[in-house]
Design a protein around this ligand. Structure first.
Ligand code: NAG
Ligand code: NAG
Length: 267
């Protein structure tokens, strides 16, 4: 606190010398004021909800004794822009993901307002309003790995342009040198394998990608199912490489090395 005040004073030296003299004389008063403010803040006016963590679709409420608990959201905004609408796995459109999360909460707790009493779990299928999804034709399915590779390479370049590729910049350099952009695949694999970092990409780790792209890329889900060759709901780097037609020799799991290097830089 005192340091801040000193810095403040030094700043004032250059603006008005006589002001500095006045405040310097009042230095003790300033400190007393600070102490008073802190004392007021520490008094019991803290909202008990501040430290209560609720799930999506819930909000914290206080009972008569000011005891916090989680309840379904009272209301949600409706989005005007249809890109922010969402489609549930039951093919029902919600005009915001908040509305879907709220419905999930109401139906799970069997509360009034639940859209369908028979539905215990309302889940997000994809972003955007529900639509008729078209099948993935065979020829598109066959071209999909090449398209995905090109697309990942473009995304990498865009992220680098926005300074958001971080520790993966070297992979972009090597992806540029390789006509097949193999290292763009490695980047995406590392990027997806986050929770946990276990050298396998699980369905949960793919969830957000699928929800974002499913309606636009009708071959994505069939492609990912195909990637998971042994059907254990996890994609290894080998499986990822195979379904993206990457060169075995070039395919190594570099994620760990890259993450370690980043850790050292941060230290
Ligand atoms: C889902 O809803 C959309 C829009 O109402 C409709 O066009 C489509 O056929 C539905 N899909 C299925 C599988 O029922
Ligand atoms: C790119 O991939 C194709 C087919 O998988 C392969 O024949 C070719 O040698 C690869 N090119 C390079 C430069 O790795």
């Amino acid at each position: 606190m005192r340091k801040t005040i000193v810095a403040l004073l030094l700043g004032l030296v250059f603006t008005a010398v006589y002001v500095r003299a006045n405040i310097a004389d009042d230095d003790d008063d300033v400190d007393e004021e600070e102490v008073d403010v802190e004392a007021v803040e520490a008094k019991p006016l803290v909202n008990p909800c501040e430290n209560k963590v609720c799930r999506r679709g819930e909000q914290c409420v206080l009972d008569v004794n000011r005891k916090p608990s989680c309840a379904c959201l009272m209301s949600c905004e409706e989005e005007v822009d249809q890109r922010y609408w969402v489609c549930s796995t039951r093919n029902v459109t919600y005009k915001s993901d908040c509305l879907l999360d709220r419905d999930h909460c109401l139906c799970k707790r069997k509360e009034k307002g639940c859209s369908n009493r028979n539905e215990k779990r309302v889940h997000l299928d994809y972003f955007g309003g529900c639509r008729a999804l078209t099948d993935c034709p065979k020829n598109e399915f066959e071209e999909f790995p090449d398209r995905l590779r090109e697309w990942l390479f473009i995304v990498m370049k865009q992220l680098a342009g926005r300074d958001e590729l971080n520790e993966y910049l070297d992979l972009l350099e090597s992806a540029k040198e390789d006509a097949n952009h193999t290292d763009a695949l490695i980047w995406k694999f590392c990027d997806l394998d986050t929770s946990p970092q276990d050298r396998r990409v699980s369905r949960r780790e793919l969830q957000h990608t699928i929800q974002s792209l499913k309606a636009m890329e009708h071959c994505l889900v069939p492609f990912l199912n195909d990637c998971d060759a042994n059907n254990d709901r996890r994609i290894t780097i080998r499986e990822w490489g195979n379904c993206l037609k990457a060169d075995h020799v070039k395919l190594e799991n570099k994620c760990k090395a890259i993450r370690n290097a980043r850790g050292q830089k941060r230290r």
